[in-house]
Design a protein around this ligand. Structure first.
Ligand code: ZN
Length: 297
């Protein structure tokens, strides 16, 4: 087993969260800082600073980085990141040489999928799809008990599955992507002006019909998209995470209904269970730390 302690680090668009994680997935200590937006040097500096500060009190043996970026197949380089200041940065080697610790770099959706699979809602499940609905829509795929990264390390970009041909333009350069209909950004875009995501969640939870309907529409789009993914991957469980999913059944119920209605093969076909994520916003950090411990072992 993967014993010992690792620092897991979640590098997001606005903040970097870091934690000391043990082999049971427990976070023993944590720190966070704002994500520097100017240069990759500053980003690496911030990451190294968090590791050094956490290891003063804990015998850390490895570093796992979960990054909102395309990561190469060797899990060494952050190839490109729409929301971060790096292009083709050899992150693994930079962090490793500065800290003297082995490091792994993982895409944030993959890391979260591994975290939920190992310690969360997908524990013990070998065939699992993680869907993270936040500002965008991300994901991770575990098949046969292993994280599937694809031929170039870029699998599971499920936010960019086409949902509506010739639909809304997407930041990826195409049109009609799932992310343009089933993300937090899409939710806010469809809401009255000056309403943000947390406000909408609060309104929906208090029974506001307009807000409930927006989550229903989002959930329905999500369920339709997931049905296509189920046709390809046939997961046993779909774990629904991300900030938007924290509204729970307001999103899960319409997503489940649409998924079942759209499932290829009809009602006789065994359906995956659609369940809420358990690890919240620590899934990526914990998953990356566990991957780092496995790698080191
Ligand atoms: Zn797209």
């Amino acid at each position: 087993m993967s014993r010992g302690l690792a620092v897991g680090i979640d590098v997001g668009g606005t903040k970097i969260a870091a934690g000391v994680v043990d082999q049971h997935g427990h976070v023993l200590a944590s720190r966070r800082t704002a994500t520097p937006s100017d240069s990759s040097d500053e980003l690496v500096e911030a990451v190294v600073g968090l590791v050094e500060s956490l290891r003063t009190d804990h015998a850390v043996e490895a570093v796992g980085l979960s990054v909102a970026a395309f990561v190469d197949r060797d899990r060494a380089r952050a190839v490109t990141a729409p929301n971060l200041a790096w292009r083709d940065v050899p992150l693994r080697d930079l962090v490793s040489s500065r800290t003297g610790l082995p490091a792994v770099v993982e895409n944030d959706g993959n890391a979260a999928a591994w975290g939920e699979r190992t310690f969360g809602a997908g524990r013990g499940v070998d065939d699992l799809l993680l869907v993270a609905v936040g500002t965008g829509v991300g994901g991770g795929i575990v098949l046969g008990g292993e994280l599937r990264r694809g031929g170039h390390g870029m699998a599971a970009e499920i936010g960019h599955v086409t949902l509506v041909p010739d639909g809304r333009p997407c930041g990826c350069g195409r049109r009609g992507c799932l992310e343009q209909y089933a993300s937090g950004s899409a939710l806010v875009a469809a809401a009255p002006p000056d309403t943000d995501g947390p406000m909408l969640a609060e309104l929906a939870q208090s029974g506001d019909a307009g807000a409930v309907r927006l989550f229903e529409e989002l959930g329905t789009h999500l369920g339709v998209g997931l049905a296509s993914l189920v046709a390809v991957l046939d997961p046993e469980v779909i774990v629904l995470g991300g900030g938007v999913a924290e509204v729970g059944d307001l999103l899960l119920t319409p997503a489940r209904t649409a998924l079942l209605a759209e499932l290829p093969g009809g009602p006789e076909r065994p359906a995956p269970r659609l369940v809420p994520a358990l690890l919240g916003n620590t899934a990526g950090l914990v998953g990356a730390a566990h991957l780092a411990l496995m790698e080191r072992a």
